[in-house]
Design a protein around this ligand. Sequence first.
Ligand code: CP3
Length: 341
Amino acid sequence: MEKPILNVLQGKKPVHVPIWLMRQAGRYLPEYRDLRAKAKNFLNMCLTPDWATEITLQPIRRFGFDAAILFADILLVPMALGAGLDFREGEGPVLEYIDNQKRIDQLSYDNSKLLAVYETLARVKKELPDNTTLIGFCGAPWTVACYMIDGNSKGGFATSRRWVAEKSPLLDNLIRTLVDASELYLIQQIESGAEVLQIFDSWGGLLQGADFDRYVIQPTADLIRRIKKKYPHVPIIGFPREALPEDYKLYAMQTDIDAMSIDFNLSLDFAKNTLQPVKTLQGNLSPDLLVEGGANMLKAAEKILTTFGPQHIFNLGHGVVPQTPPEHVGELVKFVQGFKF
Ligand code: CP3
């Protein structure tokens, strides 16, 4: 059976515009909150295939999205490298500070810490409907490095930014370590059933120009090159969130990415006229409009659909937020999948 997301990524006409949403599994769903209460700890939930499989499938059963995204987190790679990771209630992730060369030297990727993730992919793959695509992912080296260096996002990644300003060799070393680990992680995700990969660079927009090139574009291009060498036909989607428009363009042109996810600040005109001729796009409805729902949400969705046409993957400009009413998601999926041009 045809998979609309793969069709779009391969340049074929899909039966309908495909839709999936970043954070489509999460706290806005009562069935997620039930399991989360049982599992107690978020990391446990990611690393227990029974739970992670169930959570990955919850939004597919409820809404019939065109893709399932593996339920995991970008911070599992630092964990597998030996950096202390904790998800605290009401506070989000906290990592040990990796802020000196000695700690960077001690990092060593232990793939066996991630076997549960691969098992989850294999199980989800078996259970997915024939027309649903399975997406694997990792964080981009820059974004993951930010969390490792600063421990959390509260201070605006001040130390990471200082390392950028100083062109610290520590940052280059850490990024190299992350490219190496992410390569192994993504390759095994493909071998476990992932059909598409997404690289989340949530903090790419902290950098501009030459810094964006050095820490976002180059490591991402390197990672993609290595994966494509082994698996040239597995499409990869990049998400350099909140990058400047001109940096989005350079990212599109200088990495071998297959598609680009765009955040909701990027103008539709720029995306259509400058980016879409270069790459397939994904995005970019505001998560706030999904909270609001109703006519405003549908009007904005229609604008995105008519701007980009059928060769587009519908998504948000960032993740679904916990206060989103699930009915709005159902309404949006029906609208997008039923849209006729
Ligand atoms: O998109 C999906 O549904 C798949 C699963 C997924 C999660 N995190 C689950 C999650 C994915 C793809 C991610 C990626 C991720 N994780 C990113 C990149 C995308 C983005 O949002 O910018 C980042 C920066 C992280 C790190 C992270 N994980 C943060 C900052 C937080 C706390 C903020 C929050 O929303 O609570 C998490 C926790 C997290 N990851 C949750 C989920 C469902 C919430 C956990 C809970 O139930 O308490």
